[in-house]
Design a protein around this ligand. Structure first.
Ligand SMILES: [Mg+2]
Length: 372
């Protein structure tokens, strides 16, 4: 037995390089909550993109049920965390908090065993296909063209842009931006759009027809992802793939979405859905419904688990998170020919915090003391 001796938590807030927005939200900074459990002389690295409230959940409720357990027992740690938060509610910041700890514990377990996380999980593939994702509604046409065209120039075959700006009030503008993006990436490249739930059902159905004409093959959250029957209606009226699932926090959410016939491809975010332990089970749920799974954002946290599942569609190489992960960590995988490949020579997930660089973004020092 190798006991977990402690669990440090820290919060980093990193400004965006340009103002960013999608159909239903705007932001100018991104918060990363980092969990660092310690065992056997090793430190685990796991994080979630969430509110700093997730750090408080870890410090107040999760740390005490994890410290002291055997580092190899990721399953019992996960179960203990889920039981501990029963009265606070599983979705949202709580599930994101569990995710950061669970991901860090898997990394730590691999380090203690002395293998890469991809090897520990048992690879089903050597690399994970990715698509470039950004194209924010705040970008000028020139910025949009440059970013999406740049990813294609660097070997990616698919890119995704945001549409539905201002809650879907300007569909003609959206279509104009889609046409500009298509022109920038060429006729052969895959073009995906994400409305973040901005449209009404009828708007989305009308738009899907025009999007198809511009070669769009992926329509993400055309309506709210809470509107399962609405997603189903859009899906039935279009041959563009409908995708959703990024706001899923527990297994039952994903089962309901699949059972409703709401999506052609299921999305799940390992940093939101209570971590790697649950994400692998979400993949199994999707598989049982004959669906592929696409990892949402946070590419560094998705890479190893993505290589362990048989029904992976791809991972989202999200501009904001890519920039942040490369700034804060050494060992971030670099795309090659449109894929990310885990570095099997590095133990765990391969990430190492650049502490001196990260320091400038640190926003919460009160949560850093060790409970052990
Ligand atoms: Mg999305």
């Amino acid at each position: 037995m190798t006991p977990i001796e402690g669990l440090d938590v820290s919060v980093y807030r990193v400004p965006t390089d340009l103002p960013e927005a999608d159909g239903t939200l705007a932001w100018d900074a991104t918060t990363l909550v980092l969990a660092e459990p310690v065992a056997g002389g090793q430190v685990g690295v796991g994080f979630t993109y969430s509110s700093r409230a997730s750090a408080t959940v870890i410090v107040d409720h999760l740390r005490e049920v994890v410290v002291g357990r055997d580092v190899e027992e990721t399953g019992t740690c996960w179960e203990a965390m889920v039981r501990a938060i029963r009265n606070f509610g599983r979705p949202g910041v709580v599930s994101a908090a569990i995710a950061a700890v669970d991901l860090a514990l898997w990394d730590l377990k691999a380090k203690v065993v002395g293998v890469s996380l991809a090897e520990l999980l048992g690879p089903a593939r050597e690399a994970a296909p990715i698509y470039g994702s950004g194209g924010f509604t705040t970008y000028t046409i020139e910025q949009l063209r440059e970013q999406l065209g740049g990813w294609i120039d660097h070997g990616m075959s698919d890119v995704k842009m945001k549409i539905g700006g201002d809650w879907g009030r300007h569909p003609a503008v959206d279509l104009g931006r889609v046409a500009a993006a298509r022109d920038a990436i060429g006729a052969e490249a895959g073009l995906f759009v994400d409305a973040n739930g901005a449209y009404t059902r009828k708007q989305a159905i009308r738009l899907a027809r025009h999007l198809r004409e511009r070669g769009v093959t992926w329509f993400e959250e055309p309506v709210s992802s809470d509107d399962l029957s609405g997603l189903r209606v859009v899906r039935d009226r279009s041959d563009v793939d409908v995708a959703a699932g990024e706001y899923g926090y527990d297994l039952v959410y994903f089962e309901r979405m699949c059972a409703a016939g709401a999506v052609d491809v299921l999305q799940a975010d390992v940093t939101r859905c209570a971590g790697l332990t649950e994400w692998l089970r979400v993949a199994a749920v999707a598989d049982a419904h004959g669906l592929e799974l696409s990892g949402h954002c946070a590419p560094s946290m998705h890479l190893a688990p993505a290589c362990a599942i048989r029904n992976l569609r791809h991972l989202e190489y999200f501009h904001d998170h890519v920039r942040l992960e490369r700034a804060l960590f050494d060992g971030v995988s670099t795309p090659e020919n449109g894929s990310l490949r885990p570095d099997l020579t590095r133990p765990g997930n391969g990430l190492e915090l650049k502490r001196s660089t990260a320091e400038q973004f640190l926003v919460d020092t009160t949560a850093r003391s060790n409970a052990s």
